[in-house]
Ligand binder design. Sequence first.
Ligand code: A1D88
Length: 259
Amino acid sequence: MDILSSISNGVLTLEFNRPERKNAITSAMYQSMADAINAAEQDTSVRALLICGKPEIFTAGNDLEDFMKSARPDDGAGIESRSVYQFMMALANCSKPVVAAVAGAAVGIGTTLLLHCDLVYAADNAKFSVPFVQLGLCPEYGSSLLLTQLAGYPRAAEKLMLGEAFLAQEALDMGLVSKILPAAELRAFAEAQAAKLVALPASSLRVTKQLMKAARKAPVADAIAAENVHFGAMLVAPEAREAFMAFFQKRKPDFSQFA
Ligand SMILES: C/C=C/C(=O)SCCNC(=O)CCNC(=O)[C@H](O)C(C)(C)COP(=O)(O)OP(=O)(O)OC[C@H]1O[C@@H](n2cnc3c(N)ncnc32)[C@H](O)[C@@H]1OP(=O)(O)O
């Protein structure tokens, strides 16, 4: 099982469990997380969610082999039908509080998804990056808006244009994470925070989350729609193909041939 999904003491825990591929996320993994979140939304016994990875890796982001397969020119299906979209919409619209615990690398959508969580805890070995441009792509799922709002334009540009990775302290400084923990304490701390949420009045948490997110709801939806227009086209463009091939051939991509 590449996603471990369990419900215990009112918490739905989703754990990336594909360490041999650095927890890279396949379509099937997105779908199983989307299904679990949608089921939790209807299940009154679930009062909080926890998303985590392994002590050495959160996730290497979207599986690049999956990207290559879904980048076939004859793939006319809309982006909305993709399991990644189902997952991100389920997460972004989840009415229950979501805790994330990040240790090791959180690449691409691994960082973007944090922008849609409520409490984000990072281990001192956490490393974040959004290297969409380096893959011939563009930001996705609201990161162009949310990261820029959080970090400020110039700092977000370093992350979104240059693809520069950043460590837990910088993530804390910019407001992407709530707290940094020693790696060995991260999971237990995040579970304890989730347990605190479970004990609180669910309706108060629901309304508080709704109010906190109200102002950004429409702008985030607009950003996601705009990003998707470009992302779908870029996924099938030669720049992205060169980037994916280069990754698997363990070489630097050569973008000089593209205008
Ligand atoms: C809509 C969503 C958008 C996005 O999420 S865009 C972001 C996509 N992700 C990436 O570009 C990250 C690619 N991966 C990496 O940069 C590195 O990995 C890490 C920094 C995460 C870790 O580096 P290291 O510790 O040196 O591990 P390793 O040797 O590169 O990887 C171990 C095995 O895992 C496979 N793997 C890693 N990431 C992915 C991936 N994203 N998709 C598919 N496979 C991946 C490799 O190929 C390799 O495999 P083998 O052992 O056979 O050589």
